[in-house]
Design a protein around this ligand. Structure first.
Ligand code: XUL
Ligand code: CO
Length: 479
């Protein structure tokens, strides 16, 4: 009897030790659970314990935590889906979004947050972010300097905080094979930037912004960033009565030229991107839309140094469609990156929603496919959960839904390409220019006298139908 008891205890001890040896103990990432694994931020728990790696299960799956259309390794139109998209998680929305709005307090209470903006919290949050990307299967991310590390009392202290968090991000990038799509400087939150950064009326603020961008470019380079973004949140005006617009635009150009020079100086090969937006928070932002940014770059001799980051919600705020902005950037050789989101047709501000409209996604992908892809840019989810979405799994569902929508867009473009009738309709519409005189016009060799002579010879031209409804019918049939 005694021997049996001893044997039983021995077997029990063996089972327990085998279970422990199977892998690291997981521990929910909440503040009560003490999972100190010896990391510098005192944390090595699992942040999303109930969620495993998101897999492709195909369109018939009813599992919200699976991909139905996005199949990373599948080849479409000669490229793997993951290479068409180069998806990225935006740190500021996914890990700093609180659900607060001008009328209400934060609604999210993620279990890993302790309510502080401390350095230890910044590091723990960074670990959560990397576990999130790993489980989602997204290989890229984007950040603003101030989302990832807290401000200090001086620039020196602030830069030291940033260095500490960046060192951890570098370590986690290597461990997870995750890359930085782009970095940027947050030049709109701090009160010093109330009149703008590069367009501030205060020279000290211009200098401070330069120092901040210098550091943000350095850490982006250190993290192997593929691009660097300039979104001029407060580069604009509230009233022209107190604004010297010409001087402000000249300053902005000087600032961007200095950034392009510094990029070369430090050997950073990433693309510099300007992100147009018409207004919000300013009444008028100088980089209003793609065409305005193009004219600005041209005027100041900066073409060749910069491309554009087109954001769909910014496009609609400027009175254009996302497709229009993408095409404007594309035909001018400026399509560098997409901030993948959408607005709400009934709300007049930047709602930054995940794109779920299949028609819009198909139009976006038409431009991207025509461009041959957007590498070294990607699709950054500059999108946030609604205030009312408060479960941790909602973070996953939102990204999965956005990725599946864009994947459907790409699959639809493949259908349209294979069918060929939309391209044929457009080709036929312009075929009168595929003639001798058309070629002369396009080569800039047809003067007005030559054309007048032609009219005398031809008489009244016959003008065919534009076939818009047919084009729409063909487009719809691919959705
Ligand atoms: C704001 C916006 C920014 C930029 C990066 O509307 O889109 O988050 O993408 O500064
Ligand atoms: Co954006």
């Amino acid at each position: 009897m005694k021997f049996k008891m001893i044997l039983l205890l021995f077997l029990l001890a063996l089972v327990v030790s085998t279970v422990n040896a199977e892998g690291p103990q997981t521990c929910a990432a909440n503040l009560e659970a003490k999972c100190d694994g010896g990391s510098s931020d005192g944390w090595k728990g699992e942040f999303f314990p109930g969620i495993s790696k998101i897999k492709y299960e195909g369109p018939t799956s009813k599992n919200p935590l699976s991909y139905k259309w996005y199949n990373a390794e599948e080849e479409i139109l000669g490229k793997k889906m993951k290479d068409w998209f180069r998806f990225s998680v935006a740190f500021w929305h996914t890990f700093r979004g609180t659900g607060a709005d001008p009328f209400g307090a934060p609604t999210k209470s993620w279990p890993w947050e302790d309510g502080t903006n401390s350095l230890a919290m910044a590091k723990r949050r960074m670990r959560a972010h990397f576990e999130f990307m790993d489980k989602l299967g997204v290989e890229r991310w984007c950040f603003h300097d101030r989302d990832i590390a807290p401000d200090g009392k001086t620039l020196v202290e602030t830069n030291a905080n940033l260095d500490e968090v960046v060192a951890l991000a570098k370590e986690l990038q290597e461990g997870n094979k995750i890359k930085l799509l782009w970095g940027t400087a947050q030049l709109f939150f701090h009160p010093r930037y109330m009149h703008g950064a590069a367009t501030s009326s205060e020279v000290g603020v211009y200098a401070y912004a330069a120092a901040q961008v210098k550091k943000a470019m350095e850490v982006t380079h250190y993290l192997g960033g593929e691009n660097y973004v300039f979104w001029g949140g407060r580069e604009g005006y509230q009233s022209l009565l107190n604004t010297d617009m010409q001087r402000e635009l000249d300053h902005l150009a000087r600032f961007l030229k200095a950034a392009a020079d510094y990029k070369k100086k430090i050997g950073f090969n990433g693309t510099l991107l300007i992100e147009p937006k018409p207004q919000e928070p300013t009444k008028h932002q100088y980089d209003w839309d793609a065409a305005t940014a193009y004219a600005f770059l041209q005027k100041y001799g900066l073409l060749g140094e910069f491309k554009l980051n087109i954001e769909c919600n910014h496009a609609t705020l400027s009175g254009h469609s996302c497709h229009h902005e993408l095409e404007t950037a594309r035909i001018n050789g400026l399509l560098g990156n997409i901030d993948a989101n959408t607005g709400d047709p009934q709300i007049g501000w930047d709602t930054d929603q995940f794109l779920t409209d299949i028609g819009e996604a198909t139009l976006v992908m038409l431009s991207v496919v025509r461009n041959g892809g957007i590498a070294p840019g990607g699709f950054n989810f500059d999108a946030k959960l609604r205030r009312e979405s408060t479960d941790v799994e909602d973070l996953f569902i939102a990204h999965i839904s956005g990725m599946d929508t864009l994947a459907r867009g790409l699959r639809n473009v493949a259908k349209l390409t294979e069918d060929g009738s939309l391209a044929e309709l457009v080709r036929k519409r312009y075929q009168s220019f595929d003639t001798e005189i058309g070629a002369l016009i396009e080569a800039g060799k047809a003067d007005f006298e030559t054309l007048e002579k032609k009219v005398m010879e031809w008489g009244e031209p016959s003008v065919p139908s534009g076939k818009q409804e047919l084009a729409e019918m063909i487009f719809q049939s691919a959705l």
